[in-house]
Design a protein around this ligand. Structure first.
Ligand code: FES
Length: 106
């Protein structure tokens, strides 16, 4: 099973398991994780699923699309080089990825 470790700004750590094909956002929302709002439910229309991906995990993620790239310029917390929208991060293998959630999403 794919696994995601989510770390909040305050240092809270949650390790959650998902299914192959789940997105990092879906696993968080399904488990009621604070820090990922996902207002649009994953249709790439809200930017409230912004996360920071551990550098070494970025290469294993699907490439960023043009719309995601544009939307990351409008997030509440300033974009970093490892910013992604978690609804676009599908876990297609039995991986363990590390995610940091921003201070706020809205
Ligand atoms: S959930 Fe809305 S853009 Fe990701």
């Amino acid at each position: 099973m794919p696994k995601v470790t989510y770390t909040s700004v305050g240092g809270d750590v949650d390790v959650l398991e998902g299914n192959i094909g789940d997105s990092v956002m879906e696993i968080a929302v399904r488990n009621g994780l604070p820090g990922i709002v996902a207002e649009c439910g994953g249709s790439l229309a809200c930017s409230t699923c912004h996360v920071f991906v551990r550098e070494e995990d970025l290469a294993g993620m699907a490439a960023m699309g043009e719309l995601e790239d544009e939307m990351l310029d409008g997030t509440t917390q300033e974009r970093r080089c490892n910013s992604r929208l978690s609804c676009q991060l599908k876990l297609e293998a039995d991986v363990h990825v590390y995610i940091e959630t921003p201070e706020s999403q809205v």
